[in-house]
Design a protein around this ligand. Structure first.
Ligand code: ATP
Ligand code: MG
Ligand code: MG
Length: 554
């Protein structure tokens, strides 16, 4: 059926189907906790789960794992939905773990009645102190043998809000000597008098992740629950909880783990990203330097480029660090096909074409995208005074400098061949103007012999009189270290790059005067740029998405 080779996750599914699991019972989910914005690591999980849904024509739920009201907010729910949709995926059902609070409570009561859960009235410190170590069994709580009746009474009163936060917990009664520490009577509920973004003040007790996740999968009849490797040890508990509520004939979800994806020169952890936002290192979750989906979107990344990136890195069993240059490769490749070419000068020096008639102008044809035959062309104005990049001119240079030098010729893209005659300087020796002559017969596309004449360099340029000014934001890596959170003795914040944002003024061809947020362009020879949300009402703002691998003129 499938053409490419299967990854190990797909093998698991194929094996289950081979053993008779009905294909129409396949169901997946993507289960974010709404405690922050999604990042590029989540994109891997989204593409995995929704990709499986598409491949197997199976439904995929978007499930909010909202069991910790201390950290969760509606703002994050909204942002997550927007990002998943923007990536191009549609969920079957929008679910919330908090919708299952009553069912989870009822099942907890069943566990208590079966003698499989008890109320522990010790402090969390005392409970932690009894956990033992991987080689030494834990100690049983003095409350472990409370009667079912007493447990039920206490649990009901916990739920009724009679107790202070932290005074009691409900624990599963499993095995304090288990070699798996997570099986040593894990906490299922804690008392927390906190407002929840969906259930309000209805619940003074909140279920913990392990008790919630598998049961939510079961309620939704998720067949395969894929999570990251740190949950491998939790699988035993996931199954223990499920076995206690399972009814024959229903699907028993299967948890399997894959490796978390890490990207170089950044951090992919909502907690750490939140710290960057809170401490003002970045302007917000969608700062174009952030590895969040919203930051990447604002930076100019396309959904296709992110999907291609996750597809290229694939699914792995072991963690590793993916170089951010691979992500950059993916966006460059996509924008090369899609982005119209335009001209803009970011560090201008004026060129005066002395033999071009004063006061005159002409509008020249410029191809919009050589990679896209259907993209058409536009007109760009040419006149006696133009800007070129300051670094594209040298008074003297060796033969390898294919740009403009005194006495030398270059072609102006879409226009004429010019020759530099003189550099005008101010008192400090700074070049203020380059005086050139042009060859009137060399106009690009005019068909004359001169228009075909080969000169080594081609430069981008903008007519001074017609140029529109724009704020250009140029980004560097947010961290100077490839793995800022990979150091035992140093905090990731120590590696923040102080020069990750440079703001400059660009002079752009007038076709860009009325651009709107999100539009993307290739500024020829400079890179890909997109219109920022701060653009508007007389002010243009562009973000540099990524530079060009090659420029068409060196
Ligand atoms: P964070 O530390 O950033 O909060 P998390 O795992 O706690 O990450 P969740 O909201 O629980 O964040 O994640 C939703 C899903 O995305 C989970 O299934 C999780 O395993 C997966 N996921 C999170 N981070 C990554 C990553 N870096 N690579 C691959 N999958 C990830
Ligand atoms: Mg988390
Ligand atoms: Mg999580």
């Amino acid at each position: 059926e499938k053409e490419r080779s299967l990854n190990f996750i797909e093998h698991i599914i194929e094996e289950d189907l081979g053993e008779g699991f009905p294909k129409d019972k396949l169901r997946f989910r993507f289960p974010p906790e709404p405690n922050g914005y999604l990042h590029i690591g989540h994109a891997s999980s989204i593409c995995l789960n929704f990709g499986l849904g598409l491949d197997y024509k199976a439904p995929v739920n978007l499930r909010f794992d909202d069991t910790n009201p201390e950290k969760e907010e509606q703002e994050y729910v909204d942002a997550i939905k927007k990002d998943v949709e923007w990536l191009g995926f549609r969920w079957d059902r929008e679910c919330y773990a908090s919708d299952y609070f009553q069912q989870l409570y009822d099942w907890a009561v069943v566990l208590i009645e079966k003698g499989k859960a008890y109320v522990d009235s010790q402090t969390s410190e005392a409970i932690a102190a009894q956990k033992g170590t991987p080689v030494r069994a834990g100690e049983e709580s003095p409350y472990r043998d409370r009667s079912a009746a007493e447990n039920l009474d206490l649990f009901r009163r916990m739920r009724a809000g009679e107790f202070e936060s932290g005074t009691h917990v409900l624990r599963a009664k499993i095995d304090m000597a288990s070699s798996n520490m997570l099986m040593r009577d894990p906490v299922m509920y804690r008392i927390m008098h906190k407002h929840h973004h969906r259930t309000g003040n209805e619940w003074p007790i909140y279920p913990l992740y392990d008790w919630t996740h598998g049961e939510s999968d079961y309620i939704e009849q998720v067949s395969h629950s894929f999570c990251t490797l740190e949950f491998a040890m939790h699988r035993e508990l996931y199954e223990w909880f499920l076995d206690n509520v399972y009814e024959t004939g229903r699907v028993k979800p299967k948890q399997r783990e894959f490796a978390r994806r890490n990207l170089s020169h950044t951090v992919v952890s909502k907690r750490k990203l939140l710290q960057l936002v809170k401490e003002g290192v970045v302007s917000g979750w969608d700062d174009p330097r952030m590895p969040t989906i919203s930051g990447l979107r604002r930076r100019g990344y396309t959904p296709e480029s992110i999907r291609n990136f996750t597809g290229t890195i694939g699914i792995a069993k072991r963690e590793n660090l993916i170089d951010v240059s691979l992500l950059e490769f993916c966006i460059r490749e996509d924008l090369n096909k899609k982005a119209p070419r335009v001209m803009g000068v970011l560090d201008p020096v004026k060129v005066v074409i002395t033999n071009y008639p004063e006061g005159e102008e002409e509008w020249l044809d410029a191809e919009n995208n050589p990679e896209d035959a259907g993209a058409g062309s536009r007109k760009v104005p040419f006149s006696r005074e133009i800007y070129i990049e300051r670094e594209d001119f040298r008074e003297e240079a060796n033969r390898k400098f294919f740009r403009l030098k005194l006495g030398g010729e270059v072609r102006l893209k879409n226009a004429y061949i010019i020759k530099a005659e003189e550099a005008v300087k101010d008192a400090g020796g700074h070049i203020t103007e380059i005086r050139c002559t042009y060859d009137p017969l060399s106009k690009s596309g005019s068909g004359t012999e001169e228009s075909m004449r080969k000169v080594k360099g081609t430069l981008h340029w903008v007519s001074v009189k017609h140029a529109v000014e724009a704020e250009i934001r140029i980004y560097d890596r947010l961290f100077t270290d490839p793995e800022p959170d990979g150091h035992k003795d140093r905090d990731f914040m120590e590696f923040v790059n102080p020069d990750s944002l440079e703001i400059t003024t660009g002079y752009l061809e007038p076709s860009l005067e009325n651009v709107v947020e999100g539009e993307q362009y290739q500024f020829q020879r400079l890179g890909y740029f997109c219109v920022d949300k701060d653009s508007g009402s007389g002010k243009l703002v562009f973000n540099k998405t990524v530079g060009l691998r090659d420029s068409w003129a060196k």
